[in-house]
Write a protein that binds this ligand. Structure first.
Ligand SMILES: [Zn+2]
Ligand SMILES: [Zn+2]
Ligand SMILES: [Zn+2]
Length: 155
């Protein structure tokens, strides 16, 4: 784990600071996407003085470099972060329950779309997310809509 973390940072030209390593190792051992607050609480065990703001800033740096993936791009408070390491990919997010699903690949590779569309534009990253309803929430939506005096659609 530590070797991979150091390699990912090195490959992206990022300094291997204690806080970056701690955040990446926390995400790696969690095995599920975490909010910045959850990460902050876990990282504090080893770095008692680290602030939530520092966690947000570090996550932004790691996400921009592609080591970390952000889920729920439109809402900073509800955003979750996961370790992506070597496996760049995007997510589908359920608007009902917030569950996120890893999409298998980035196709078409979005970094290759833009240079042709805007000549001279230097791409350093991209964000992409799919929104919808998981099967369970979709059934709830449909049954709510079918009820004559239900509260109708919410989205
Ligand atoms: Zn759902
Ligand atoms: Zn994922
Ligand atoms: Zn992509």
């Amino acid at each position: 784990m530590r070797d991979d973390v150091l390699r990912w940072l090195r490959e992206r030209g990022l300094r291997a600071t204690g806080q970056r390593i701690a955040i990446l190792e926390t995400l790696g051992s969690a095995g599920r996407p975490l909010t910045a607050r959850e990460i902050h609480a876990l990282v504090q065990a080893a770095h008692p003085t680290i602030s939530l703001d520092t966690v947000y800033r570090t996550l932004a740096t790691l996400a921009a470099a592609g080591v970390v993936g952000q889920i729920n791009l439109q809402n900073r408070e509800a955003a979750r972060f996961e370790l992506q390491g070597d496996v760049h990919h995007h997510h589908a997010v359920c608007l009902g329950c917030g569950t996120s699903y890893c999409l298998p690949e980035c196709a078409p590779p979005l970094d290759r779309v833009l240079p042709g569309a805007v000549p001279g534009f230097r791409v350093v990253g991209h964000a992409f997310e799919v929104y919808g309803y998981c099967p369970r929430c979709d059934r709830e939506q449909l049954s709510r809509r079918a009820r004559p005096d239900g509260d109708g659609r919410e989205a």
